[in-house]
Design a binder for this molecule. Structure first.
Ligand SMILES: *[C@@H]1O[C@H](CO)[C@@H](O)[C@H](O)[C@H]1NC(C)=O
Ligand SMILES: *[C@@H]1O[C@H](CO)[C@@H](O)[C@H](O)[C@H]1NC(C)=O
Ligand SMILES: *[C@@H]1O[C@H](CO)[C@@H](O)[C@H](O)[C@H]1NC(C)=O
Ligand SMILES: *[C@@H]1O[C@H](CO)[C@@H](O)[C@H](O)[C@H]1NC(C)=O
Ligand SMILES: *[C@@H]1O[C@H](CO)[C@@H](O)[C@H](O)[C@H]1NC(C)=O
Length: 262
């Protein structure tokens, strides 16, 4: 495959696809400093397109080259014998409930809903670009009718939601890509790095997590890491909050299986 075609499919052919198909930049979500992020992102993207034109060998989506990012206080390592099978960028909301009669009560997390986008190729080929995607993703609205992760045309690889308050669920079975389904449970969490991107209203980045899959997982999916989080945290207290609310977030999910990747 020609490198320019690969890059176009991995990142979105910004130079050739007309603007109206991209989600609108949500200026209300623009934080101080976000314009720097936007311009840094586009500059880097332009540089990658330029570099790929000069490459004689096409970049290969070799997941063994992908590096699981490490938090300041690291999560436990991936268990021995597991192989990275997929990397997705999730874009959606973290859901919370609040006791509206108690202004000092803490919001309670009740779940999350996110669309998962296939970032396997970007993360293995362009790690520096990869960690900007979650930052950038929050600056763009995710529209229902056009589920695109602005500014990219990453393919949808699945959905993330909760089946009960302690069971994050990942459905990675798509017509063109059957990677499995993973009911899971949290094993461990650690704070996001101090410079992690905040949400549209300044919400801190949710923690990085290590999850293990529960009985019923398919595709031999075994461990899942949530890293490179952006936004998603609730305020410290329920003061002024409604009974249920959502906070916009984005994260990268690394899926490990017992199978050797081919
Ligand atoms: C989380 O992982 C860290 C590092 O491996 C470990 O020190 C800590 O005890 C773990 N916490 C829990 C709750 O398992
Ligand atoms: C998505 O990711 C997988 C690996 O996780 C890869 O094999 C596949 O080609 C990718 N599909 C698309 C449409 O990008
Ligand atoms: C969580 O958010 C999703 C998506 O907006 C919504 O459909 C769902 O009802 C919410 N759940 C709760 C418990 O608020
Ligand atoms: C309000 O929430 C705080 C913090 O969780 C708790 O200590 C307090 O007992 C609660 N007050 C009432 C009336 O429930
Ligand atoms: C949530 O679902 C899991 C998996 O089915 C189950 O093991 C767990 O007991 C459930 N928890 C609650 C609180 O219902």
């Amino acid at each position: 495959m020609r490198s320019s075609i690969l890059l176009a499919s991995a990142l979105g052919a910004l130079t050739t696809i007309a603007a109206p198909t991209w989600p609108a930049l949500n200026m209300n979500a623009a934080m101080p400093g976000s314009l720097d992020t936007v311009s840094a992102y586009f500059n880097m993207l332009a540089r990658k397109v330029q570099e790929s034109r000069q490459m004689t060998v096409a970049p290969v989506c070799d997941l063994s080259k992908a590096q699981l990012p490490e938090a300041p206080v690291p999560l436990p390592p991936v268990s021995a014998g597991l192989t990275l099978k997929h990397v997705a960028v999730g874009r959606g909301t973290q859901n919370y409930t609040c006791d509206t009669t108690n202004a000092t009560a803490a919001p309670v997390q009740v779940g999350a809903v996110a669309t998962l986008f296939n970032a396997s190729c970007v993360v293995s080929s362009y790690p520096d670009l990869a960690n900007m995607i979650t930052k950038m993703a929050l600056r763009f609205s995710l529209t229902d009718e056009e589920a695109r992760l602005g500014p990219s045309n990453l393919a949808i690889s699945g959905m993330h939601y909760f089946t009960n308050t302690t069971t994050p669920f990942f459905n990675l079975d798509r017509p063109n890509l059957q990677l499995g389904e993973a009911p899971s449970a949290k094993l461990n969490g650690t704070s996001a790095p101090a410079d992690a991107a905040k949400g549209p209203n300044g919400e801190a980045a949710v923690p990085w997590l290590k999850l293990k899959t529960r009985d019923g997982a398919t595709g031999d999916l075994q461990e899942i890491y949530r890293v490179e989080t952006a936004g998603g945290s609730a305020p410290a207290t329920c003061a002024g909050m409604p009974a249920t609310f959502e906070v916009q977030y984005s994260a990268q999910y690394f899926f490990y299986s017992g199978h050797k990747s081919t």
